[in-house]
Design a protein around this ligand. Structure first.
Ligand code: FAD
Length: 399
């Protein structure tokens, strides 16, 4: 392959204690946590809104914060974000799960649908109120590495190619882009083609007017496969999300799936009102961390747990997430969170969704802030100090 060689002088625009790259729910949580722990914090996002898959990707179902048996298992910023998701928009949160309840007599789950647009507005508001610096429309390009330590990040935006120095970096790109480019060992997985989009119709509008509930006027439509391949299009191939050609094909095939379900004769009675603004990959690349969570870790105690999560698919199981699954050997000051933590098989199914993404984000941001304060590497951070800080912030560390 032919190569172009790049020689650039890249202006360093400033320095931050913590730079968070990727403004999905994991990144938002990480940035809030780092800021609340006293750090000058920058959040870099390649799109023009916060929330990632949960907003731009139209994945507007905030899965449970409980274990399905009436016990809350996720608190802290993940719970705060659920409340923010419904602050200005509709929801279907069971009323027994009012904010602050730790245990209620119900089998209904602490989860809700939400409106992506109103969630974006609430996220803008909280980030600005709390003083997190934001850079939208800015793509992370390269980490500047020296002996396993990331000195800063090179970014690309309308101003050109720029850089920021950072003491600690949180990789919440959803693709482990920074970890991978910094040399961390990573794992890639395939995805079934899926496509979620919003539609409306005259019949739904009529129903919404009758019930006086806007939710009845819109429909989140799902096409294609589940994570395990159920409902996948017959003969469909699976896609990697780390190859530009595959990403493009995945996006086009998703829209073709939607098109094949369009009934032209009904063009005046129905319309698609929003298509996803990012590729709906459940997984692309994740780290091979110091510890890889697996199915047999369900209901297991970890001394270095940074939080618990239930299983969104069924009542009962609880999973503690060890700090070691957020950090990688050989990488001193980059930590990941969200759908890129080290988890495999069923443990990945449990941890890849919105609540654990927010919960691990809070842990990553807090760990980064404590490591800045203690001037130590992430691997050398005393976990008891991290657990103490997280507990103070309402995180449930052990089940
Ligand atoms: C089809 C599908 C159905 C799902 N269903 C549900 C569900 O019902 N409920 C649920 O809770 N979860 C569900 N999930 C999972 C959930 O949506 C995600 O796992 C979760 O939102 C991930 O959050 P995150 O912050 O880790 O990553 P993301 O939401 O992917 O956020 C990553 C962010 O980083 C940005 N970014 C990426 N690369 C760069 C770069 N180089 N520079 C700058 N910014 C960058 C992106 O623009 C994005 O905003 C589903 C996922 C899919 C795909």
């Amino acid at each position: 392959m032919e190569n172009y060689i790049e020689h650039n002088n890249i202006p360093v625009w400033g320095e931050y204690d913590v730079i968070v790259v990727g403004g999905g729910v994991a990144g938002v949580s990480a940035a809030l946590a780092a800021k609340r722990n006293g750090c000058k914090t920058l959040l870099v996002e390649k799109s023009v809104m916060l929330g990632g898959l949960a907003t731009l990707g139209l994945i507007a179902i905030y899965l449970p914060l409980c274990d399905g048996r009436g016990r809350k298992v996720i608190g802290g910023i993940a719970e705060e974000l659920l409340q923010l998701a419904i602050k200005y928009g509709y929801d279907n949160l069971p009323p027994e799960w009012e904010k602050g309840c730790n245990r209620v007599e119900t089998r209904r789950r602490y989860m809700t649908i939400f409106s992506p647009a109103e969630f974006v507005i609430a996220l803008d508001e909280v980030m600005q109120q709390e003083g997190v610096d934001l850079l939208f429309d800015t793509v992370f390009s390269k980490p500047v590495m020296e002996n396993g330590i990331c000195q800063g990040v090179i970014l690309e935006n309308k101003s050109g190619r720029i850089a920021y120095r950072g003491k600690m970096i949180v990789d919440t790109t959803g693709d482990a882009d920074i970890m991978f480019r910094a040399g961390a060992d990573c794992v890639e997985s395939l995805n079934w083609l899926s496509y979620w989009a919003y539609s409306t119709s005259l019949a739904q509008m009529k129903k919404a007017v009758e019930t006086a509930n806007i939710v009845d006027g819109i429909r989140l439509q799902w096409f294609g496969g589940e994570a395990d391949g159920r409902h996948a299009v017959k003969g469909a191939k699976k896609y990697y999300g780390t190859n530009a050609h595959e990403v493009t094909e995945f996006i086009l095939k998703g829209r073709e799936l939607l098109k094949s379900n369009l009934d032209n004769a009904k063009a005046k009675q129905r319309a698609y009102i929003t298509l996803p603004g990012m590729a709906q990959f459940r997984t692309t690349r994740r780290i091979n961390g110091f510890y890889v969570l697996r199915e047999n870790d369900i209901n297991t105690h970890f001394d270095d747990s940074i939080g618990t999560t239930g299983d969104w698919r069924k009542a009962g199981p609880v999973m503690e997430i060890p700090y070691r699954s957020l950090i990688a050997p050989g990488i001193a000051n980059i930590i990941t969170a969200g759908r890129t933590i080290a988890a495999d098989g069923d443990a990945w199914e449990i941890t890849r969704v919105i609540p654990p993404a927010a919960m691990t984000g809070e842990a990553a941001g807090t760990a980064a802030a404590l490591a800045v304060q203690k001037r130590c590497s992430l691997a050398d951070l005393p976990v008891v100090d991290l657990q103490h800080a997280l507990e103070q912030a309402g995180v449930l560390i052990h089940f």
